[in-house]
Every structure is written in structure tokens, then in C-alpha cells.
Design a binder for this molecule. Sequence first.
Ligand code: GDP
Ligand code: MG
Length: 442
Amino acid sequence: VLEGLRNAVTKFLKGGSTYKDSVEEFIKDLQRELIKSDVNIKLVKELSENIKKKALEEEPPSGISRKEWFIKIVYDELSNLFGGDTTPDVEPKKIPWIILLVGVQGSGKTTTAGKLASFYVKKGYKVGLVAADTYRPGAYEQLKMLSNLSGAMFYGDQNNNKAEEISINGVEYFKNKNADIIIIDTAGRHGYGNEKSLLDEMRNISNKVKPDEVILVLDSSIGQKAFDLAKQFHETTPIGSIIVTKLDGTAKGGGVLSAIAATGARVKFIGTGEKIDELELFNPSKFVSRLLGLGDLDALLEKIKSVQDNINIEKLQEDLAKGKITMRTLYAQLKSLRKMGPFSKILQMLPTSSLPVQIKNEQLKIGEEKVDKWLHIIESMTYEELDNPDIIDRKRMRRIAIGSGTSIEDVKDLIVYYKNLKAIMKRIKRDRGILKKLGMQN
Ligand code: GDP
Ligand code: MG
């Protein structure tokens, strides 16, 4: 998808023309590539105008060249085109988490059911697959085979031809088996163009089965047509997300992904092959950095980020001085740890460090090798856990450990560290309050 963009970036960075000419030339290349990959013309126009305007108006921060800054602008705008800078949240919000897969025949529902099962089994969840496609001959066998392959449990009933009944029975069956995640594979006999009957049927099953999440499976080759379907789907179900399949075999992927983003619906995963592990979390900005060519861009973004990190540190110090700390604060700190030194050092830089607060440095020292581990651990937390780490109990610890490929002990370590830090912050805040009252500090 959009490989030509990479060449355009290289040409832009290495080319010898003036800045203005290079920008013009790059934008032309960009437009050509986006249209080739089926991105809507109106979107392409808007995007080029935004990029051009920013490129000629914005001044890069010191230490960054204009050309480098330009690539960053392109990267940001493209990321927005594909849905912005968000990592999809794929953790179950309750147990069991019931997922209903819908989509027209041949879009890749059954294959995706198997891939999802495998994804969640690997994360340590108990997964059940329900075969509720009563139309396609062989659908039962196909899903059964995938459940074996993924290590998920299977439920089906070849003597029943009512999809809703099978779904309801399947959910009951897996609840008794203590499944964490239940995935229901449906039929969807309708071709593209019959969006209404597809959505009607989805609503029917949904009303009876009461899933926690409905996932629309879309074949990437339908390109711009995805817009209508995604839009109606997005408006019909507030608990919906989208998986785009077959992004391995088409040049039109940019079209379908940008079309969906334009509806406000979210793509959670993309399918990149027929095999059970060919499913990727869809992160728009990661996707774009791949399009633009990882090697160059990664180093560049890293450089820009390190310039920006220096700015964020002020904000971080502010938060710390206020005694505000969550896993997000800690994450930001861990990220810049190698440059900045440990928390204890930052604390010394705070105005509050002159306060009579006894901080034991050992409490806050982190070994280098721990940093990466802890970053992975925090990345595996849900938003709720990030903002309110106190809710992390032993069960959640286990899930986080599995999700991040670490041990419960590692997760515990991090949480103890967090708690120490929080206690110290509280003390700083309190001491400062006392000083203020005594008129010793303003
Ligand atoms: P369903 O009718 O919606 O259940 O679709 P299936 O899961 O049976 O898939 C239809 C065809 O698409 C099968 O041949 C799959 O192997 C193929 N398929 C599904 N997902 C992908 C994908 O991400 N990439 C490729 N290349 N093929 C896929
Ligand atoms: Mg199927």
C-alpha cells in the first residue's frame, strides 16, 4: 500500500532543489500516490492544502531543519487522514466480553474470528468461538478447525438453523465454561450494495444476543465504497469497531482506511494474510510511518521527539510539583529516563526540593534493564488502569503480565514503585501547604 510515498520522501530529503520547489514537487508525488491507492480526491485536496500551508508558515523548532520539519507535518496530516494518533483499546472491559462479527459474505469474518481468537488466547484469555453461520455449507467445519488452531473452545449446532438461537446457546455454554471472551461468527449473506439488510440483520441478532462489541469486517478491495457502509454502521451501533481484511493483496488499502476514518468509525485491526497470525493492531500513525519508510522516519521522529521531550519536562515538573501522578506521568518519565536521569534527580530540580522532605533515594532508583520492561507493562494497561492504578488487583496484574510478556513480580515491582512515588508526592504537597500557612513560602 502506498509504497511510492517512500520514494517521494527519499527524493524530497535528498533532492537538491530549493525548499519551496521541493515542497511543490513532493505534494504532487503525494497526491498521485494517494489517488492511486484510491483515497478520496476531496480528502487528497484538503490534505495537500493543509500540508502546503503549514510547510510555508510554520517555523521548525531549533535543531530541526525545515525539510525534516516538513516530513513531520506530512506524517501528522497523513496520520489524521487514517484516524489520528490513537492505539486501539482491545482489552475486554468486562468478563465475559461478547464480540459479534458481522459483514458481507466473503469479507473474511470466519478467518478473522480465528485470528481474533488466536490473538486473545496468546494474551492469556480463555476464548470461545460460536459458529452461528447457518447458511454457508462448511462454515461449521471451517470455524471448528480454526478454534483448534488457535487454542480456543468451540460451540456449534449443526441441527439448528436459527443463528440467534445458536448464538444465545453458545454464549450460555461458554459462560458456564468461564470463558473470558466469546466471539460469534455470523453469516451475512448480503453483497455490497445491500447495506441495509446487512445492518437490519445485525440489529436483530444484536438485540437478542446483547454483545459488548460488534465488529464489522470489511474487505479492503471495496475501496471508497467502505465509506457508506462504515458510516451507516457507525451510526447504527455505538459499540462498533471495524476490521479491514486483505490489506496484503491490494493497492487500494489507503482508500478503505481513509474512507473509514472520514466517517469517524475506528479501525481496530487489519488483516494482512490468510494465516491465523496475520492480524495487526491498527495504529494510524504507525501505519503511516511504515508507508513513509521506517528507517528515515523513525530516526527523524525520534529526533523531533527528543526536542519536544525537553519541553514536556516542564509540564512533567509542574505535575510533580502539584503532587499529581498517574501511570501516564510515570510512563512519560520512563521514556525520557535515559536522557534525564531518575526521578530522584528530577525531584532535586524542583523548587520543592528545598523543603524539609526526606526522600530516600534508594526508593526511587530504577535499574536500566527495568525501564524497558516497565514501559511494556504500562503499555499493556487499560486506560482506566493508567489513570487509576489503584484498581490493579492480582487478577489484573496477571493479565497485564501476560499481555506484556513479563511476570506478576515485575508488575508488582512497578506498582510498588508507583506507590512510593505517590506517597512522596503527597508529602511534598502537604509540606508545601504547611510552609505556606506559616508564611515561609509563597
Ligand atoms: P466470510 O465469508 O466473511 O466468513 O469470509 P472467510 O473468512 O471465509 O474468508 C473469505 C476468503 O478470504 C478466504 O479465502 C480467506 O482465506 C480470505 N481472507 C480472509 N482474510 C484475509 C486476509 O487478511 N488476507 C488474505 N489474503 N485473504 C484473506
Ligand atoms: Mg464465514
